[in-house]
Design a protein around this ligand. Structure first.
Ligand code: ADP
Ligand code: MG
Length: 887
């Protein structure tokens, strides 16, 4: 029996596959064989057989080679059936008349069979597939294609014949996580259709699992170059792949891999000595600018000007060649004509210089000869393990090391917390000069042709440097995209990474085979990479620095309620509209606060939110309003719209307010025409925007960043749980972190605890209020871990206990520990297990000690602490204090 003509579908047992692989060796062999035979794709029935083998539901892959066999197969699967042509010559089957749907009888099947034989009599026909007629569902598409920089990508979207027109698809770089899969589904415009708009929702769970399975299939079988499941029918229960095609080829070795990333760049940013090859004191020469910048900004290390024709440069002893410098040199800057640069770099390598910044131009950017020179240099530096920035760049600025390597002369720079990577020298010159009025930079690195050190290497370093708390990137192309996603995901967890990527429009259509490839424009891929790694993408230069000013000067909002204070209704409305479009909302002020606001304003002002102070708005009024606002739990950030004419009078007052860690964005309409006071406000730490929309949008992006970072941190803490299921009294119990959706379960739990248990835990009478539920279920993973033990019987969930580790802000490395177990579950092993897991988590989170305080009469608790090896520290009248040393 030939493959594909089997009348019985094989039983699959994926678990039994070698190495725990998704596909059996036999199925993987179909792919290998196709590659060996130089075939470019697998036909529908072959693709579906492989998919079925991976546990993916399809309409079947039976093939008939004669009319009689076709009938026999129909008998077997039952009517109605679908018949499709199997021919390597027919790619789009339905367009060619090769798909016959909904055949109800033997007669119809015979007719269809003969019809197809006739239609395709000039093509090579392998047979006819006979498959189940799938019930109608929502037509979706899942596909895979590959990008030279990012490697394999997965796509999901609404599919069928209109997929290329609607372009309602989302992409991710493979492999994906469960969260990526969920976000891909959420991201498409039609996601509401999937969630049940006008009908039953589709089975999102199994769709997510399908995406993950495809991710694994591609990961384990790199010969699958591209894949299209189009359409895929989605149902309220399950899904079915109705059509499938796989493109195969010998896997490329280099795809998505990286050459760099091995060296720690600390000494590159903080060198103890610098040689400037091409240093000069002839005004106007670039070599003079670079050297002058180093001297005038007070570079603290040793400087060695290299210039064969000079005894000294700007009073510093010069050398003819870097080889003549008697001491070791950490870093060399090369700023000589391209022709001389090659030899200079070779000299640096011989001297053992580890880092070279090539500011000289005339390499790959300038044609064939330059390209060849660059390639020769690359070979030399690789051999010596020397790391090179550039060529064709404007060097590095590190204000924390008083080091300015720029080609353009730069005036004073303040030490700041912004780190910037730019694939354009202008960001270390013209643009920087303007920006330095309103933004303080720590490190600026321009990467030029990025022959060696690239944007990802710098990003990785900046995410580690404690002087830097916000990262800005300007990029024209992304080298080794896969490593970028990896590094950026980790960096974005620590600090905001804001990116402007130019070249958004696709420069010309590629000739592509699959639906997926035709939809995967460069920009879709970049977007996917940024979303997946949590990087914030700016639209343009203005948006880029609008975000940067807010992120670098203001804290992240902890909720989405905003108080808007304005002097004109129109700008209040503009802010409001944009807030709602950006995932934010107007804070709802409790009556108590409303009354206080009223008292702070003249009668004619409109108290509500936005608060319209009218044109009589004064700085003192605004101060009062903000001071009332910061106390409300629902207000987590502010937008203040200020009259340009009186902006100057706001600076000192705004500075004097205690914002309790809640961010403020200011709006001054037409600010560019009153720039003097705007600069003062910016320098006082308040980002000022020309439009209310921009202020609202920026706050929305900050909030979204905070939410994402918290959830990623929570996920990473959760991965440290060594035990997440156990059985207590034969009841299955799951240990997991609490989340904001647990409000109901938390409230039920507190209500079920006896007053005594609550007293012992909270040391005062305690009951579940909605406000407390909010607070106890929304933990900030940077400060607190809350672990719950949850029992499930059928669909019923309930909490049996909750343990919390809370960072002690006054004592470095110490966490406070508290635990409560529901009454019927006390004195079983649960308290100990929960505590042991919390101790594990505390270790992983880097805590050195855990401290617990409890009432002396809380014997059960004391017993748990003793069992977990806490040391008794002391007691007063009714409390005992115990600590556990983790180091
Ligand atoms: P192609 O994409 O090569 O033109 P398909 O196999 O996707 O061919 O078939 C075309 C259309 O026919 C599909 O989009 C789907 O709507 C419908 N169809 C195909 N196979 C089935 C099936 N087994 N059950 C129900 N509908 C089907
Ligand atoms: Mg199709």
């Amino acid at each position: 029996m030939t493959r594909g003509s089997s009348t019985s579908q094989r039983q699959k047992a994926p678990a039994a596959n070698p190495g725990g692989k998704l596909l059996s060796e036999e199925l993987a062999e179909i792919i290998h064989q196709a590659v060996r035979d130089n075939r470019s794709y697998l036909m529908e029935h072959e693709s579906k057989e492989i998919l079925e083998g991976a546990g993916i539901a399809t309409t079947g892959y039976l093939v008939a080679r004669s009319e009689d066999e076709a009938l026999a197969l129909c008998e077997k699967i039952g009517f109605p059936v679908v018949m499709k042509i199997v021919s390597p010559d027919v790619v789009h089957k339905s367009d060619a008349g090769g798909v016959r749907l909904n055949l109800q009888s033997a007669d119809e099947v015979r007719k269809a069979y003969r019809g197809m034989m006739d239609t395709f009599k000039y093509q090579h026909i392998e047979g006819i597939t006979i498959q189940r007629m799938a019930a109608p569902g929502i037509e979706a598409i899942i596909g895979v294609t590959r990008d030279p920089s990012f490697g394999p990508l997965i796509m999901f979207g609404l599919g069928g014949v209109f997929v290329e027109v609607l372009r309602d698809v989302s992409f991710r770089i493979l492999p994906i996580t469960e969260k990526d899969a969920a976000e891909m589904i959420e991201e498409i415009r039609g996601s509401d259709i999937l969630k049940g708009y006008r009908g039953r929702p589709v089975d999102l769970q199994s769709l997510q699992q399908l995406l993950l399975k495809i991710s694994r299939l591609i990961n384990e079988n790199p010969e699958i170059h591209e894949l299209d499941l189009n359409p895929l029918f989605l149902y309220s229960e399950g899904y079915i792949a109705v059509d499938a095609r796989m493109f195969v080829r010998e896997p490329a070795q280099t795809e998505g891999t990286t050459a760099t990333g091995a060296t720690n760049l600390h000494d590159f940013f903080y060198p103890k000595s610098i040689a400037v090859i091409g240093a000069s004191d002839v005004k106007g020469k670039l070599g003079a600018n670079v050297f002058c910048n180093l001297v005038s900004h007070g570079y603290p290390g040793k400087l060695y000007p290299i210039n064969p024709g000079k005894e000294t440069v700007m009073g510093v002893r010069a050398y003819k060649s870097i080889r003549d410098v008697p001491d070791p040199v950490d870093l060399a800057i090369v700023i000589v004509p391209a022709k001389a640069a090659e030899a200079a770099i070779a000299d640096c390598c011989t001297k053992g210089v580890r880092f070279v910044v090539v500011e000289a131009a005339g390499f790959a950017e300038s044609g064939k000869e330059g390209k060849e020179a660059q390639a020769r240099i690359e070979a030399v530096i690789r051999k010596h393990g020397c790391r090179v920035l550039g060529p064709n760049c404007s060097g590095v600025i590190n204000t924390h090391h008083n080091m300015v390597q720029s080609i353009g002369l730069l005036g004073d720079l303040k030490k700041g917390n912004v780190g910037m990577v730019a694939q354009a020298g202008v960001y270390a010159a013209g643009i920087l000069t303007g920006l330095s009025n309103v933004l303080d930079f720590g490190i600026v690195a321009t990467i030029g042709n990025k022959m060696d050190i690239n944007e990802t290497d710098i990003l990785e370093y900046l995410s580690d440097d404690d002087h830097i708390s916000a990262i800005v990137m300007y990029m024209e192309d992304i080298r080794s995209g896969k490593r970028f996603v990896d590094v950026a995901s980790r960096a974005a967890l620590r600090k905001p990474v804001i990116v402007l990527k130019s070249g958004r429009t696709e420069a010309g259509k590629k000739a592509v085979s699959s639906h997926t490839a035709s939809l995967a424009g460069d920009d879709e891929v970049n977007n996917a990479a940024f979303r997946q790694s949590g990087v914030i993408r700016a639209r343009d230069n203005e948006h880029l620095f609008a975000l940067t000013r807010a992120f670098s000067k203001q804290p992240i909002p902890k909720g989405n309620g905003v108080m808007v204070i304005t002097y004109t209704g129109s700008l209040g409305v503009a802010a409001t509209d944009m807030l709602y479009l950006s995932g934010m909302r107007l804070a709802e002020l409790e009556p108590y606060f409303q009354q206080r606001l009223k008292n702070a304003l003249p009668d004619y002002a409109s108290v509500g939110n936005p608060i319209d102070c009218s044109f009589s708005m004064t700085p003192e009024q605004v101060k009062k309003l903000i001071e009332i606002g910061v106390e409300s739990n629902d207000v987590q950030s502010f937008i203040v719209v200020i009259q340009g004419e009186i902006l100057g009078s706001f600076v000192d007052v705004m500075k004097s307010i205690d914002y309790k860690d809640k961010p403020v964005a200011c709006v001054v309409a037409c600010k560019e025409f009153m720039i003097h006071d705007v600069v003062k406000m910016e320098q006082a730490g308040f980002p000022v925007y020309s439009t209310a929309e921009m202020a609202a949008e920026v706050l929305g992006q900050m909030y979204a960043y905070g939410v994402r970072r918290q959830s990623a941190m929570t996920d990473s803490i959760a991965r440290h749980l060594t035990k997440d299921t156990l059985s207590v009294d034969n009841m299955p119990v799951r240990l997991r972190l609490i989340n904001p959706k647990d409000i109901g379960l938390w409230t039920d739990f507190v209500n079920s605890c006896s007053p005594k248990s609550l007293w012992l835990r909270f040391l005062s009478p305690f009951s579940a209020t909605p406000e407390r539920a909010q607070r106890f279920c929304n933990v900030n993973p940077e400060d607190e871990v809350a672990l719950v033990a949850e029992a499930r019987t059928g669909d019923q969930h309930k909490f049996l206990g909750i343990a919390r580790l809370i960072k002690n802000k006054r004592r470095e490395g110490e966490a406070e520990y508290a635990i409560i177990i529901s009454d019927p579950w006390q004195n079983k092993s649960l308290g100990i297990t929960l505590s042991e897991q919390c101790i594990e988590l505390a270790k992983k989170e880097g805590y050195k000690t855990i401290r617990a305080e409890t009432l002396q009469e809380n014997y059960a608790m004391i017993r748990i602490f003793r069992r977990c090896a806490f040391n008794f520290d002391g007691k007063d009248e009714n409390m005992v204090s115990m600590t556990l040393n983790l180091s």
